[in-house]
Design a binder for this molecule. Structure first.
Ligand SMILES: [Fe+2]
Length: 184
């Protein structure tokens, strides 16, 4: 379940429809997906992709994505901090960033081009987020330092981040405040 934080306005949204509408207003797509059948925690990437094959196919058609894979990040992932440091500064890329969360959590910050306030969007299991190409944003893991997600790409080679060098991310604390972390 997603949580949207607009720190500058002291606003927090947890209703999925409100989150979807707000993100749509700044050009991002947000959806919630259900698997076509229950998935075991240790489901293979193939099983994960199969369980969401209808949604993936629909999204591929709509967005011109040609490949889908499953990424798995845990606290034990080698060179985790070096990898995260590539994405936790404000950047953009030439491709959409498409993530559907299977397990764990992630925290995206979006710096809208329309001049609106920076938005923090925490995503968890069942959440799909599409960050369009050219969007200024940055990414952090949450306290569980775990995320398993389906990714879709327009170019099978993937993308490389372009940094804005704004240091905008330094004004926002990369902490997650969703239900899973309030009780932790
Ligand atoms: Fe990115």
């Amino acid at each position: 379940m997603a949580v949207l934080n607009i720190t500058d306005d002291n606003r927090k949204l947890t209703d999925p429809a409100e989150i979807r509408d707000y993100l749509q207003g700044i050009g991002l797509d947000y959806e919630q997906w259900e698997p076509s059948h229950p998935l075991a925690e240790d489901a293979t990437p193939e099983e994960v992709l199969e369980a969401y094959s209808v949604e993936i196919e629909t999204l591929k058609q709509a967005g011109g994505y040609v490949t889908a894979d499953v990424i798995n990040i845990t606290p034990d992932t080698p060179n985790l901090d070096a990898m995260l440091n590539k994405f936790n500064r404000e950047h953009w890329h030439d491709e959409d960033e498409v993530r559907f969360i299977i397990a764990g959590h992630g925290l995206f910050h979006i710096n809208p081009k329309n001049g609106g306030p920076v938005v923090g969007i925490e995503v968890g299991p069942g959440d799909l987020l599409v960050v369009p190409r050219g969007t200024y944003h940055w990414f952090d893991l949450c306290g569980d330092r775990r995320v398993r997600a389906i990714r879709l790409f327009q170019d099978p080679a993937g993308w490389t981040p372009h940094y804005t060098g704004s240091s905008k991310e330094q004004g926002y604390v990369p902490l997650c405040f969703g239900p899973a972390f309030v009780t932790a």
